[in-house]
Design a protein around this ligand. Structure first.
Ligand code: GTP
Length: 211
């Protein structure tokens, strides 16, 4: 299969979190393997795509990432981008407690505006952990466990765990899509077999009542 032109799944993924946590750099590390040390806040929203190969399922997946602005004044606009998403990357900065405490607000915004989709919680700026860590690994993990999210600590600067986090999210999304499809298939198979059973019973009843 030609990775450039064809794919088995198309997934829309939105990245959210407070301003400055590293959302834009997380994406640019994943998509272009690039990092920008300058702080240039995202204005509005931006989207970029990448096709990846998932070794576990041996499928090509086209990812469309929507990078939202973390600044409070863009919160209302961000709502629009939750429509028809298949997955969400929720980011805080392990060196900035405010961004961890701000997670509850993001979860409320997500719950109010999107379907129940897989979410990966990211504690970013892991490269700075030795000097400036404020949020412990266990705090991030237990927050993620409480909501059933995947969890990774990452560094957009070094690239550590960035791909791992995105691939894990994709695997979870695809497994959820397949489960829903199988459920639909099983439901229609069981409805069909019930219909067949009904037909057989009707025939039998008709035979028995006849003559
Ligand atoms: P908004 O667009 O305002 O919502 O911010 P953002 O979440 O997109 O953050 P952005 O990627 O612009 O990064 C903000 C600042 O943090 C920049 O100066 C980055 O260089 C820095 N930064 C991002 N990721 C990391 C990281 O993993 N480690 C370190 N040390 N700095 C990072």
């Amino acid at each position: 299969m030609n990775v450039q032109s064809s794919f088995d799944y198309f997934l829309k993924i939105v990245i959210v979190g407070d301003s400055g946590v590293g959302k834009t750099n997380f994406l640019s590390r994943f998509i272009y393997n690039k990092f920008n040390i300058l702080n240039q806040p995202t204005l509005g929203t931006d989207f970029q795509s990448k096709i990846i190969f998932l070794p576990k399922t041996r499928q090509n997946v086209k990812l469309q990432f929507w990078d939202t602005a973390g600044q409070e004044r863009y919160r209302a606009i961000n709502k629009i981008y939750f429509q028809k998403v298949q997955g969400i990357i929720l980011v805080y900065d392990i060196t900035d407690l405010k961004t961890y405490e701000g997670l509850d607000n993001w979860i409320k915004l997500i719950n109010d505006n999107s379907d129940d989709v897989p979410i990966v919680l990211i504690g970013n700026k892991l490269d700075d952990a030795n000097e400036n860590r404020i949020v412990r690994y266990e705090e991030g993990k237990s927050y993620a466990d409480k909501y059933g999210f995947l969890f990774f600590e990452t560094s957009a600067l070094s690239g550590k765990n960035v791909s791992k986090a995105v691939y894990s999210l994709c695997e979870k999304i695809i497994s959820q899509i397949n489960k829903t499809m199988n459920f639909g298939l099983n439901l229609s198979l069981s409805l069909n077999s019930n219909l067949l059973d009904d037909k057989k019973t009707n025939k039998k009843e008709r035979k028995e009542s006849c003559c």
